[in-house]
Ligand binder design. Structure first.
Ligand code: SF4
Length: 215
């Protein structure tokens, strides 16, 4: 597959930022605690589903101290429609317990500290930092991965490799580009039947549109 040229990368960046000037996550949250829990739940699960689950969860467990003392079976029951709910329930409680024990009950707003929490990988930490602080970081989920490859922004086989390529190529405004690529992938450059010839505003720069011509 052909990779995008420097000029094309600049143009892709310009158009993504123009079309999604102030995009934010579609996860519902009111504070850092709710954001972290929602992002942890969203791994391998849609934002829509997470938004259905969290109101009852946050009503019962509104903060770190209550979650740290939660009953595991009760948390499992509240999040059972989410994929990997068994592990997620365990990790949510362990995360809250560690925040209580090691961070005085305050979730650390620091990428290197966040990844020390149970169930918080680099992607989760980056998404939280991007959303909450506007940090110049990239996070690669299934949408960002697909869009990056279709546009020739990366040919890396892994999410980590793709993240490195995107950071190197875009350099600045990474948090805004991340949000833009998520929305672009979710609604336009979809996995099946991407809207190449109707809604896409990057068709002329795309390296994959030929594959979707018959549709
Ligand atoms: S032309 Fe199609 S495959 Fe290419 S970026 Fe647009 S929607 Fe995605």
């Amino acid at each position: 597959m052909k990779l995008a040229t420097k000029k094309e990368i600049e143009e892709i960046k310009r158009r993504l930022l123009e079309h999604y000037p102030d995009s934010v996550t579609e996860l519902h949250y009111h504070n850092l605690y709710e954001l972290l829990v929602a992002v942890m739940l969203s791994a391998q699960c849609t934002d829509k589903r997470v938004n259905l689950i969290t109101p009852a969860l946050f009503e019962k467990y509104p903060d770190i101290p209550s979650l740290a003392n939660a009953d595991l079976d009760d948390v499992k029951e509240l999040i059972k429609s989410c994929s990997f709910f068994n592990n997620k329930a365990k990790n949510l409680i362990k995360m809250a317990q560690m925040v209580m024990e090691k961070y005085n009950g305050e979730i650390p707003l620091d990428e290197k500290e966040l990844v020390k929490l149970p169930g918080v990988g680099q992607k989760t930490a980056h998404v939280v930092m991007i959303e909450y602080t506007g940090a110049n970081l990239m996070a690669v989920d299934t949408h960002v991965f697909r869009v990056a490859h279709r546009l020739g922004l990366s040919d890396a086989k892994t999410a980590e490799g793709t993240e490195k390529d995107l950071v190197k190529k875009f350099k600045t405004d990474l948090h805004r580009i991340h949000q833009a690529m998520v929305l672009f992938g979710r609604y336009i450059c979809t996995a099946k039947n991407p809207k190449c010839y109707t809604e896409c505003f990057l068709t002329d720069l795309c390296k994959s549109k030929e594959s979707f011509k018959a549709r």
